[in-house]
Design a protein around this ligand. Structure first.
Ligand SMILES: Cc1cc2nc3c(=O)[nH]c(=O)nc-3n(C[C@H](O)[C@H](O)[C@H](O)COP(=O)(O)OP(=O)(O)OC[C@H]3O[C@@H](n4cnc5c(N)ncnc54)[C@H](O)[C@@H]3O)c2cc1C
Length: 404
Protein backbone atom coordinates (compact mmCIF):
# COMPACT_ATOMS: atom_id res chain seq x y z
CA UNK A 1 0.00 0.00 0.00
CA UNK A 2 1.41 3.39 -0.82
CA UNK A 3 0.59 6.83 0.60
CA UNK A 4 -2.15 7.16 3.20
CA UNK A 5 -3.22 3.78 4.50
CA UNK A 6 -6.44 5.13 5.99
CA UNK A 7 -9.46 2.86 5.74
CA UNK A 8 -12.83 4.59 5.44
CA UNK A 9 -15.82 2.76 6.93
CA UNK A 10 -19.39 3.65 6.05
CA UNK A 11 -21.72 2.66 8.90
CA UNK A 12 -21.27 2.82 12.66
CA UNK A 13 -23.44 -0.22 13.35
CA UNK A 14 -21.96 -3.23 15.16
CA UNK A 15 -20.15 -4.51 12.07
CA UNK A 16 -18.72 -1.10 11.14
CA UNK A 17 -17.26 -0.43 14.58
CA UNK A 18 -16.00 -3.98 15.18
CA UNK A 19 -14.33 -3.92 11.75
CA UNK A 20 -12.81 -0.51 12.52
CA UNK A 21 -11.49 -1.85 15.83
CA UNK A 22 -9.98 -4.94 14.15
CA UNK A 23 -8.28 -2.67 11.59
CA UNK A 24 -7.08 -0.10 14.14
CA UNK A 25 -5.61 -2.87 16.32
CA UNK A 26 -3.56 -3.89 13.26
CA UNK A 27 -2.23 -0.36 13.01
CA UNK A 28 -4.48 1.08 10.30
CA UNK A 29 -5.70 4.66 10.58
CA UNK A 30 -9.50 4.43 10.31
CA UNK A 31 -12.41 6.82 9.84
CA UNK A 32 -15.98 5.69 10.56
CA UNK A 33 -19.00 7.62 9.23
CA UNK A 34 -22.37 6.97 10.87
CA UNK A 35 -25.43 8.69 9.44
CA UNK A 36 -27.35 8.75 12.75
CA UNK A 37 -26.41 10.97 15.71
CA UNK A 38 -25.78 7.92 17.95
CA UNK A 39 -25.59 4.11 17.95
CA UNK A 40 -29.09 2.69 17.39
CA UNK A 41 -30.51 0.76 20.34
CA UNK A 42 -33.37 -0.85 18.37
CA UNK A 43 -33.91 -4.43 19.61
CA UNK A 44 -32.20 -6.56 17.00
CA UNK A 45 -29.31 -9.00 17.48
CA UNK A 46 -28.38 -10.44 20.84
CA UNK A 47 -27.46 -14.09 20.28
CA UNK A 48 -23.67 -14.36 20.00
CA UNK A 49 -22.39 -17.80 19.09
CA UNK A 50 -19.18 -19.60 20.25
CA UNK A 51 -17.16 -18.96 17.07
CA UNK A 52 -17.95 -15.25 17.32
CA UNK A 53 -17.14 -15.15 21.04
CA UNK A 54 -13.67 -16.42 20.10
CA UNK A 55 -13.22 -13.49 17.71
CA UNK A 56 -14.48 -11.04 20.32
CA UNK A 57 -11.99 -12.52 22.80
CA UNK A 58 -9.16 -11.88 20.32
CA UNK A 59 -10.38 -8.26 20.03
CA UNK A 60 -10.28 -7.93 23.84
CA UNK A 61 -14.07 -7.51 24.18
CA UNK A 62 -15.16 -10.84 25.64
CA UNK A 63 -15.15 -10.02 29.36
CA UNK A 64 -17.35 -6.97 28.82
CA UNK A 65 -19.68 -8.82 26.44
CA UNK A 66 -20.20 -11.59 29.01
CA UNK A 67 -20.60 -9.04 31.82
CA UNK A 68 -23.24 -7.01 29.95
CA UNK A 69 -25.06 -10.02 28.48
CA UNK A 70 -26.66 -13.23 29.70
CA UNK A 71 -25.10 -16.65 29.34
CA UNK A 72 -27.31 -19.19 27.59
CA UNK A 73 -25.80 -22.67 27.56
CA UNK A 74 -28.90 -24.41 26.18
CA UNK A 75 -31.66 -23.79 23.67
CA UNK A 76 -34.94 -25.57 23.11
CA UNK A 77 -37.34 -26.43 20.29
CA UNK A 78 -40.99 -26.67 21.25
CA UNK A 79 -44.28 -27.54 19.62
CA UNK A 80 -46.30 -24.41 20.24
CA UNK A 81 -49.85 -25.89 19.98
CA UNK A 82 -49.15 -28.56 22.63
CA UNK A 83 -46.39 -26.68 24.48
CA UNK A 84 -44.34 -29.90 24.43
CA UNK A 85 -40.56 -29.78 24.51
CA UNK A 86 -39.29 -31.40 21.30
CA UNK A 87 -35.52 -31.17 21.75
CA UNK A 88 -32.91 -29.44 23.85
CA UNK A 89 -29.36 -28.64 22.71
CA UNK A 90 -26.51 -28.01 25.11
CA UNK A 91 -23.37 -26.10 24.07
CA UNK A 92 -21.43 -27.92 26.75
CA UNK A 93 -21.19 -30.67 24.09
CA UNK A 94 -18.69 -28.36 22.31
CA UNK A 95 -16.27 -28.19 25.22
CA UNK A 96 -13.50 -29.82 23.17
CA UNK A 97 -14.18 -27.60 20.15
CA UNK A 98 -14.15 -24.10 21.58
CA UNK A 99 -12.95 -21.94 24.46
CA UNK A 100 -16.58 -20.76 24.76
CA UNK A 101 -19.09 -23.66 24.86
CA UNK A 102 -22.00 -21.26 25.35
CA UNK A 103 -24.02 -18.49 23.73
CA UNK A 104 -24.02 -14.97 25.13
CA UNK A 105 -27.18 -12.93 24.73
CA UNK A 106 -25.65 -9.45 24.42
CA UNK A 107 -27.69 -6.76 22.69
CA UNK A 108 -25.99 -5.40 19.58
CA UNK A 109 -25.98 -1.77 20.73
CA UNK A 110 -23.93 -2.83 23.79
CA UNK A 111 -21.40 -4.57 21.57
CA UNK A 112 -21.23 -1.54 19.26
CA UNK A 113 -20.68 0.83 22.21
CA UNK A 114 -17.97 -1.39 23.72
CA UNK A 115 -16.13 -1.54 20.39
CA UNK A 116 -16.57 2.20 19.91
CA UNK A 117 -15.05 2.96 23.33
CA UNK A 118 -12.03 0.76 22.56
CA UNK A 119 -11.69 2.32 19.13
CA UNK A 120 -11.65 5.87 20.46
CA UNK A 121 -8.78 4.98 22.79
CA UNK A 122 -6.58 4.01 19.82
CA UNK A 123 -4.41 6.51 17.94
CA UNK A 124 -5.64 7.75 14.58
CA UNK A 125 -9.17 6.36 14.84
CA UNK A 126 -11.85 8.92 13.92
CA UNK A 127 -15.58 8.45 14.31
CA UNK A 128 -18.07 10.92 12.81
CA UNK A 129 -21.74 10.75 13.79
CA UNK A 130 -24.51 12.51 11.80
CA UNK A 131 -22.28 11.84 8.80
CA UNK A 132 -23.99 10.08 5.89
CA UNK A 133 -21.89 8.68 3.08
CA UNK A 134 -23.78 9.95 0.04
CA UNK A 135 -21.44 9.20 -2.87
CA UNK A 136 -18.41 7.03 -3.62
CA UNK A 137 -15.62 7.86 -6.01
CA UNK A 138 -13.41 4.77 -6.44
CA UNK A 139 -10.15 4.76 -8.40
CA UNK A 140 -7.44 2.21 -9.01
CA UNK A 141 -5.19 3.71 -6.32
CA UNK A 142 -7.59 5.09 -3.69
CA UNK A 143 -11.22 5.79 -2.90
CA UNK A 144 -13.12 8.94 -2.01
CA UNK A 145 -16.45 9.55 -0.32
CA UNK A 146 -18.76 12.53 -0.15
CA UNK A 147 -20.27 12.80 3.31
CA UNK A 148 -23.33 14.80 4.31
CA UNK A 149 -22.84 16.41 7.73
CA UNK A 150 -24.73 19.11 9.67
CA UNK A 151 -21.89 21.43 8.54
CA UNK A 152 -22.44 20.65 4.84
CA UNK A 153 -20.98 18.19 2.34
CA UNK A 154 -17.39 17.10 2.93
CA UNK A 155 -15.00 14.92 0.97
CA UNK A 156 -12.66 12.29 2.43
CA UNK A 157 -10.15 10.02 0.78
CA UNK A 158 -8.60 6.71 1.88
CA UNK A 159 -6.85 3.61 0.62
CA UNK A 160 -9.99 1.44 0.91
CA UNK A 161 -13.67 1.85 1.72
CA UNK A 162 -15.62 -0.69 3.78
CA UNK A 163 -19.37 -0.60 3.16
CA UNK A 164 -20.85 -1.61 6.53
CA UNK A 165 -23.87 0.60 6.03
CA UNK A 166 -26.58 -2.03 6.46
CA UNK A 167 -29.05 -3.79 4.19
CA UNK A 168 -29.90 -0.69 2.16
CA UNK A 169 -26.19 0.10 1.70
CA UNK A 170 -25.49 3.27 -0.25
CA UNK A 171 -21.94 2.02 -0.82
CA UNK A 172 -23.15 -1.22 -2.42
CA UNK A 173 -25.56 0.67 -4.67
CA UNK A 174 -22.99 3.35 -5.54
CA UNK A 175 -20.58 0.80 -6.96
CA UNK A 176 -23.35 -1.11 -8.74
CA UNK A 177 -23.25 -4.43 -6.87
CA UNK A 178 -26.51 -6.39 -7.18
CA UNK A 179 -28.22 -7.65 -4.01
CA UNK A 180 -29.61 -10.97 -5.14
CA UNK A 181 -32.40 -12.83 -3.33
CA UNK A 182 -35.89 -12.14 -2.04
CA UNK A 183 -37.95 -10.38 0.62
CA UNK A 184 -40.57 -12.24 2.70
CA UNK A 185 -44.15 -10.99 2.26
CA UNK A 186 -44.82 -11.08 6.02
CA UNK A 187 -43.02 -8.85 8.54
CA UNK A 188 -41.57 -9.91 11.88
CA UNK A 189 -43.00 -8.35 15.07
CA UNK A 190 -40.62 -8.12 18.03
CA UNK A 191 -42.31 -7.52 21.38
CA UNK A 192 -40.26 -6.91 24.50
CA UNK A 193 -41.78 -7.55 27.92
CA UNK A 194 -40.64 -7.84 31.52
CA UNK A 195 -42.96 -10.82 32.09
CA UNK A 196 -40.73 -13.57 33.48
CA UNK A 197 -41.17 -16.61 31.22
CA UNK A 198 -38.54 -18.54 33.18
CA UNK A 199 -40.27 -18.19 36.55
CA UNK A 200 -43.80 -18.57 35.14
CA UNK A 201 -43.22 -21.22 32.53
CA UNK A 202 -39.78 -22.72 33.02
CA UNK A 203 -38.46 -21.55 29.66
CA UNK A 204 -34.72 -21.25 29.05
CA UNK A 205 -33.14 -18.12 27.51
CA UNK A 206 -33.47 -19.22 23.84
CA UNK A 207 -36.62 -20.95 22.59
CA UNK A 208 -37.94 -21.78 19.12
CA UNK A 209 -41.65 -22.63 18.79
CA UNK A 210 -42.97 -24.46 15.75
CA UNK A 211 -46.58 -23.70 14.86
CA UNK A 212 -48.46 -24.10 11.55
CA UNK A 213 -50.49 -20.96 12.39
CA UNK A 214 -47.99 -18.65 14.06
CA UNK A 215 -44.44 -19.70 14.92
CA UNK A 216 -42.58 -17.80 17.65
CA UNK A 217 -39.09 -17.27 19.07
CA UNK A 218 -38.55 -16.29 22.70
CA UNK A 219 -35.30 -14.94 24.15
CA UNK A 220 -34.13 -13.35 27.32
CA UNK A 221 -31.73 -10.39 27.24
CA UNK A 222 -30.27 -8.46 30.17
CA UNK A 223 -31.63 -5.04 29.10
CA UNK A 224 -29.81 -1.77 29.76
CA UNK A 225 -30.66 -1.89 33.48
CA UNK A 226 -29.60 -5.56 33.80
CA UNK A 227 -33.04 -6.50 35.23
CA UNK A 228 -33.85 -8.80 32.31
CA UNK A 229 -36.36 -8.57 29.49
CA UNK A 230 -37.93 -11.15 27.18
CA UNK A 231 -38.23 -10.66 23.44
CA UNK A 232 -40.89 -12.57 21.54
CA UNK A 233 -40.72 -12.68 17.75
CA UNK A 234 -43.78 -13.55 15.63
CA UNK A 235 -44.61 -13.32 11.92
CA UNK A 236 -47.41 -10.96 10.90
CA UNK A 237 -50.38 -12.29 8.92
CA UNK A 238 -50.00 -11.39 5.26
CA UNK A 239 -53.15 -9.24 5.19
CA UNK A 240 -52.31 -7.51 8.50
CA UNK A 241 -51.33 -3.84 8.32
CA UNK A 242 -48.33 -2.48 10.23
CA UNK A 243 -50.63 -0.33 12.38
CA UNK A 244 -52.74 -3.35 13.29
CA UNK A 245 -49.69 -5.43 14.23
CA UNK A 246 -48.31 -2.66 16.46
CA UNK A 247 -51.65 -1.60 18.01
CA UNK A 248 -52.29 -2.32 21.70
CA UNK A 249 -54.99 -4.82 20.72
CA UNK A 250 -52.67 -6.51 18.22
CA UNK A 251 -49.76 -6.68 20.66
CA UNK A 252 -51.80 -7.90 23.66
CA UNK A 253 -53.70 -10.36 21.47
CA UNK A 254 -50.47 -11.96 20.24
CA UNK A 255 -48.94 -12.21 23.70
CA UNK A 256 -52.12 -13.53 25.30
CA UNK A 257 -52.45 -16.23 22.61
CA UNK A 258 -48.83 -17.15 23.22
CA UNK A 259 -49.24 -17.39 26.97
CA UNK A 260 -52.60 -16.33 28.45
CA UNK A 261 -52.52 -14.49 31.76
CA UNK A 262 -55.14 -12.54 33.70
CA UNK A 263 -53.55 -9.08 33.39
CA UNK A 264 -52.29 -7.32 30.24
CA UNK A 265 -48.60 -7.66 29.40
CA UNK A 266 -46.24 -4.81 30.23
CA UNK A 267 -44.70 -4.17 26.82
CA UNK A 268 -41.40 -2.27 26.86
CA UNK A 269 -40.85 -2.13 23.07
CA UNK A 270 -42.81 -3.05 19.97
CA UNK A 271 -40.97 -3.21 16.65
CA UNK A 272 -41.66 -4.42 13.14
CA UNK A 273 -39.00 -5.60 10.68
CA UNK A 274 -38.96 -6.69 7.08
CA UNK A 275 -36.98 -9.88 6.54
CA UNK A 276 -34.98 -10.83 3.47
CA UNK A 277 -32.64 -13.49 2.16
CA UNK A 278 -30.17 -11.63 -0.04
CA UNK A 279 -26.46 -11.84 -0.83
CA UNK A 280 -24.40 -9.27 -2.72
CA UNK A 281 -23.14 -10.50 -6.11
CA UNK A 282 -19.59 -9.81 -4.90
CA UNK A 283 -18.15 -8.63 -1.56
CA UNK A 284 -15.30 -6.75 -3.31
CA UNK A 285 -15.18 -4.31 -6.18
CA UNK A 286 -11.73 -2.75 -6.54
CA UNK A 287 -11.03 -0.76 -3.39
CA UNK A 288 -14.55 -1.16 -2.02
CA UNK A 289 -15.33 -4.09 0.30
CA UNK A 290 -18.72 -4.97 1.76
CA UNK A 291 -19.29 -6.39 5.25
CA UNK A 292 -22.27 -7.29 7.44
CA UNK A 293 -25.81 -6.55 6.31
CA UNK A 294 -24.49 -4.48 3.39
CA UNK A 295 -23.17 -7.80 2.01
CA UNK A 296 -25.86 -10.23 3.18
CA UNK A 297 -29.22 -10.25 4.94
CA UNK A 298 -31.24 -13.13 6.31
CA UNK A 299 -34.20 -13.81 8.56
CA UNK A 300 -33.26 -13.65 12.26
CA UNK A 301 -34.24 -17.24 13.19
CA UNK A 302 -31.04 -18.82 14.49
CA UNK A 303 -29.38 -15.48 15.26
CA UNK A 304 -26.74 -15.59 12.55
CA UNK A 305 -26.69 -12.30 10.61
CA UNK A 306 -24.60 -10.15 12.92
CA UNK A 307 -22.41 -13.10 13.89
CA UNK A 308 -21.53 -13.55 10.24
CA UNK A 309 -20.92 -9.80 9.88
CA UNK A 310 -18.37 -9.89 12.71
CA UNK A 311 -16.61 -12.79 10.99
CA UNK A 312 -16.54 -10.65 7.81
CA UNK A 313 -14.96 -7.72 9.65
CA UNK A 314 -12.19 -9.77 11.26
CA UNK A 315 -11.40 -11.58 8.00
CA UNK A 316 -11.34 -8.27 6.12
CA UNK A 317 -8.88 -6.76 8.61
CA UNK A 318 -6.59 -9.77 8.23
CA UNK A 319 -6.65 -9.63 4.44
CA UNK A 320 -5.99 -5.87 4.32
CA UNK A 321 -3.11 -6.21 6.80
CA UNK A 322 -1.47 -8.95 4.71
CA UNK A 323 -1.90 -6.81 1.60
CA UNK A 324 -0.36 -3.78 3.33
CA UNK A 325 2.53 -5.81 4.70
CA UNK A 326 3.37 -7.24 1.29
CA UNK A 327 2.45 -10.79 2.31
CA UNK A 328 0.15 -11.03 -0.66
CA UNK A 329 -1.13 -8.97 -3.58
CA UNK A 330 -4.60 -8.49 -5.06
CA UNK A 331 -5.35 -12.17 -4.42
CA UNK A 332 -5.50 -11.38 -0.67
CA UNK A 333 -8.38 -9.00 -1.33
CA UNK A 334 -10.11 -11.43 -3.67
CA UNK A 335 -9.80 -14.11 -1.02
CA UNK A 336 -12.06 -12.01 1.19
CA UNK A 337 -14.87 -12.41 -1.34
CA UNK A 338 -14.00 -16.02 -2.18
CA UNK A 339 -14.25 -17.00 1.48
CA UNK A 340 -16.96 -14.87 2.96
CA UNK A 341 -19.57 -15.02 0.18
CA UNK A 342 -19.86 -18.83 -0.17
CA UNK A 343 -19.64 -19.29 3.60
CA UNK A 344 -22.56 -16.91 4.06
CA UNK A 345 -24.60 -18.89 1.53
CA UNK A 346 -23.67 -22.30 2.94
CA UNK A 347 -23.96 -21.54 6.64
CA UNK A 348 -26.16 -18.50 7.11
CA UNK A 349 -28.59 -18.37 4.20
CA UNK A 350 -29.25 -22.13 4.20
CA UNK A 351 -29.62 -22.47 7.98
CA UNK A 352 -31.92 -19.48 8.39
CA UNK A 353 -34.11 -20.53 5.45
CA UNK A 354 -34.37 -24.06 6.90
CA UNK A 355 -35.01 -22.74 10.41
CA UNK A 356 -37.96 -20.69 9.18
CA UNK A 357 -39.38 -23.59 7.13
CA UNK A 358 -39.13 -25.91 10.12
CA UNK A 359 -40.97 -23.50 12.42
CA UNK A 360 -43.78 -22.61 9.98
CA UNK A 361 -44.34 -26.07 8.44
CA UNK A 362 -48.06 -26.78 7.99
CA UNK A 363 -48.08 -30.41 6.82
CA UNK A 364 -48.63 -32.60 9.95
CA UNK A 365 -46.57 -35.47 8.54
CA UNK A 366 -43.60 -33.20 7.74
CA UNK A 367 -43.87 -31.52 11.15
CA UNK A 368 -43.81 -34.93 12.86
CA UNK A 369 -40.79 -35.98 10.77
CA UNK A 370 -38.99 -32.71 11.62
CA UNK A 371 -39.64 -33.21 15.32
CA UNK A 372 -38.43 -36.80 15.14
CA UNK A 373 -35.25 -35.68 13.42
CA UNK A 374 -34.60 -33.02 16.06
CA UNK A 375 -35.25 -35.52 18.88
CA UNK A 376 -32.95 -38.12 17.34
CA UNK A 377 -30.22 -35.50 16.74
CA UNK A 378 -30.38 -34.23 20.30
CA UNK A 379 -30.35 -37.78 21.71
CA UNK A 380 -27.24 -38.93 19.82
CA UNK A 381 -24.07 -37.29 21.25
CA UNK A 382 -22.17 -37.30 17.92
CA UNK A 383 -25.09 -35.79 15.97
CA UNK A 384 -25.81 -33.34 18.79
CA UNK A 385 -22.23 -32.05 18.55
CA UNK A 386 -22.31 -31.95 14.73
CA UNK A 387 -25.56 -29.95 14.82
CA UNK A 388 -24.07 -27.41 17.23
CA UNK A 389 -20.81 -27.12 15.29
CA UNK A 390 -22.94 -25.84 12.43
CA UNK A 391 -25.34 -23.57 14.36
CA UNK A 392 -22.43 -22.05 16.32
CA UNK A 393 -20.48 -21.24 13.09
CA UNK A 394 -17.45 -23.26 14.28
CA UNK A 395 -17.81 -25.43 11.17
CA UNK A 396 -17.84 -22.33 8.96
CA UNK A 397 -14.59 -21.08 10.55
CA UNK A 398 -12.96 -24.48 9.96
CA UNK A 399 -14.15 -24.45 6.38
CA UNK A 400 -12.82 -20.91 5.83
CA UNK A 401 -9.29 -22.13 6.49
CA UNK A 402 -9.68 -24.59 3.59
CA UNK A 403 -10.56 -21.85 1.07
CA UNK A 404 -7.18 -20.50 -0.05
C1 LIG B 1 -35.40 -8.79 15.11
C2 LIG B 1 -33.99 -9.09 14.72
C3 LIG B 1 -33.25 -9.94 15.52
C4 LIG B 1 -31.94 -10.26 15.17
N1 LIG B 1 -31.25 -11.12 15.96
C5 LIG B 1 -29.99 -11.48 15.62
C6 LIG B 1 -29.21 -12.29 16.49
O1 LIG B 1 -29.65 -12.70 17.57
N2 LIG B 1 -27.95 -12.62 16.10
C7 LIG B 1 -27.42 -12.16 14.92
O2 LIG B 1 -26.27 -12.53 14.60
N3 LIG B 1 -28.10 -11.34 14.10
C8 LIG B 1 -29.38 -10.97 14.43
N4 LIG B 1 -30.07 -10.08 13.65
C9 LIG B 1 -29.40 -9.46 12.50
C10 LIG B 1 -28.59 -8.23 12.96
O3 LIG B 1 -29.41 -7.30 13.60
C11 LIG B 1 -27.90 -7.59 11.75
O4 LIG B 1 -27.23 -8.58 11.03
C12 LIG B 1 -26.93 -6.49 12.22
O5 LIG B 1 -27.60 -5.34 12.66
C13 LIG B 1 -25.98 -6.11 11.09
O6 LIG B 1 -25.09 -5.12 11.53
P1 LIG B 1 -24.48 -4.07 10.50
O7 LIG B 1 -23.58 -3.22 11.31
O8 LIG B 1 -23.98 -4.80 9.32
O9 LIG B 1 -25.75 -3.26 9.98
P2 LIG B 1 -26.69 -2.26 10.77
O10 LIG B 1 -26.90 -2.73 12.17
O11 LIG B 1 -27.88 -2.06 9.91
O12 LIG B 1 -25.83 -0.92 10.85
C14 LIG B 1 -25.61 -0.14 9.71
C15 LIG B 1 -25.31 1.27 10.17
O13 LIG B 1 -25.00 2.06 9.04
C16 LIG B 1 -25.65 3.32 9.15
N5 LIG B 1 -25.80 3.84 7.78
C17 LIG B 1 -26.70 3.48 6.85
N6 LIG B 1 -26.48 4.15 5.71
C18 LIG B 1 -25.41 4.94 5.92
C19 LIG B 1 -24.69 5.83 5.10
N7 LIG B 1 -25.03 6.05 3.84
N8 LIG B 1 -23.63 6.50 5.64
C20 LIG B 1 -23.25 6.28 6.94
N9 LIG B 1 -23.91 5.42 7.77
C21 LIG B 1 -24.97 4.75 7.25
C22 LIG B 1 -26.94 3.00 9.87
O14 LIG B 1 -27.47 4.15 10.52
C23 LIG B 1 -26.50 1.92 10.84
O15 LIG B 1 -26.08 2.46 12.08
C24 LIG B 1 -31.38 -9.72 13.99
C25 LIG B 1 -32.12 -8.85 13.19
C26 LIG B 1 -33.41 -8.53 13.56
C27 LIG B 1 -34.20 -7.58 12.71
Amino acid sequence: MSGDERILIAGGGPVGVVTALALAQRGFPVTVFESEPDISDAPRAATTHPATLELLADLGLIDDVIRLGLTARKFQFRDRPSGALVAEFDHETLRQDTRFPLVVQCEQHKLARLALDRLRALPDAEVHFSARVAAVDAHAGNVGVTVETPGGRKKFRGAFLVGADGGRSTVRKSVGIQFEGYTFPERFVVLTTRFDFEAERGYCYRNYFSDPDEWANLFKVAGDDGRGQWRVVFPTRREESDDEALSDAGVQGRLQRFFPKPKPYEVVHRNLYKAHQRVAATFRKGRVLLAGDAAHVNNPIGGLGLNCGIHDGVELAERLARFRDGQGGEEELDLYDRRRRPLNIEFVQSQTVNNKKRLEEKDPAVRAANFEQLRATAADPARHRQFLLRTSLIESVRKAALIV
